[in-house]
Ligand binder design. Structure first.
Ligand code: GRF
Length: 359
């Protein structure tokens, strides 16, 4: 089925461009049926016209009140058989009339990892707050500003000399990637995304790779417990071209001595998606054994779901500390999916006799 999308914009429309491109390449099985702006001079309107897409400027000043304005928008969208509405830099609140006409069928993209930094100037808020990881969120629009159910997120690192402009640009790259994907997910899955928010696996991996505290030119020694080269090891290799990454054909097994041997002297042990298969006792054992084996600056990074009923994040951080890692931190936590870990094992831990596998 070819879905018909309506896009509301107020500005330059780079996300609109990404959506149009995805419909044209076939990545998004939908058509942009109409682009509406509250501003006649929005550069995005000209972009849409150039792409041969129907456009409308609906100027709020020409309506008696907000409700009359919203009704005009609904009529225009309905006249074009639109079934999903995407806000892309639309700088007005969406009123009840539009929300009721398209229940759970309005999406928005926001330049932060919601629920952090709602409202205007999210990138500036993030910089002022000193966060190390920023990002973008696609969410379902509800009556509360930037607060509806999350459909997809992507994380980007905040770099030491970032300005609002440089951070916004980095986030925008991710916006353009995830907005079409999120629209496709909502169109494919109906509104299933409301019950179980989709965290893009890609964004978790990016957050994990961004948390590795070594210079990209270093020939770091990595052990990826996920097993035979996965998207995680590929992402690590892409950021650290000189890294030596050790994998085995199967994912990590506490009883496999090869895995334990490979950890000796490693700078980084990557445990993505391994934790759900381990009991709490085995998780603690893994942390302790990794601390005993990695290099003096080395560490372990984990990508895991850490909400209830599993082990809460706090347990992991305490276990990592107890295992002997000096720097223990959570680098990214979105909807219960976290990237966390420990680095720099205490010399005492590194000098103790390694534990026996299975003990
Ligand atoms: C984007 O940063 C988006 O997250 C926010 O407004 C900006 C729109 O940019 N809602 P563009 O008009 O799509 O280029």
């Amino acid at each position: 089925m070819n879905h018909r999308i309506g896009v509301l914009i107020s500005g330059r429309g780079s996300n609109l461009r990404a959506i149009i491109d995805a419909t044209r390449s076939g990545a998004l099985k939908a058509t942009v049926a109409l682009v509406i702006s509250n501003r006649g001079d929005a550069p995005g309107l000209a972009r849409a016209r150039d792409a041969g897409i129907a456009t409308l400027c609906i100027n709020p000043r020409e309506f008696a009140d907000r409700d009359a304005y919203d009704r005009a928008i609904v009529e225009a969208l309905r006249a074009r058989d639109v079934s999903l509405v995407c806000l892309a830099g639309y700088m007005r609140l969406v009123g009840r009339t539009i929300l009721e006409a398209f229940p759970d069928r309005i999406l928005n993209i926001h330049p932060s990892l919601l629920p952090a930094f709602r409202g205007l100037e999210a990138q500036k808020q993030a910089l002022e707050h000193g966060v190390r990881i920023a990002g973008a969120t696609v969410h379902v629009v509800t009556a509360d500003l930037d607060a509806g159910p999350i459909v997809m997120q992507a994380a980007v690192p905040v770099l030491p000399n970032d300005t609002v402009e440089s951070l916004s640009e980095r986030i925008l790259v991710e916006e353009h990637r995830i907005y079409p994907q999120a629209i496709a997910a909502v169109l494919d899955g109906g509104d299933g995304s409301r019950q179980s928010p989709v965290i893009s696996r890609q964004s978790g991996i990016e957050a994990l790779v961004a948390a590795v505290p070594f210079a990209t030119a270093e020939a770091i020694k990595v052990v990826d417990l996920s097993g035979a080269p996965t998207d995680v090891s590929c992402a690590v290799q892409a950021r650290f071209p000189r890294a030596a990454i050790k994998t085995f054909n199967d994912t990590f097994d506490v009883a496999a001595l090869d895995w334990w041997d490979a950890m000796f002297g490693a700078d980084l042990v990557v445990a993505a998606d391994v934790m759900p298969r381990l009991t709490d006792a085995k998780k603690q054992y893994l942390y302790k054994a990794a601390a005993d084996r990695v290099s003096t600056r080395g560490g372990i990074l984990v990508l895991d779901r850490v909400g209830e009923p599993g082990s809460p994040l706090l347990h992991h951080l305490v276990w990592l500390k107890h295992a002997g890692f000096g720097q223990v931190d959570c680098r990214w936590l979105v909807d219960g999916v976290a990237v966390f870990g420990g680095f720099t094992p205490r010399p005492a831990a590194a000098s103790e006799l390694p534990l026996q596998a299975g003990s």
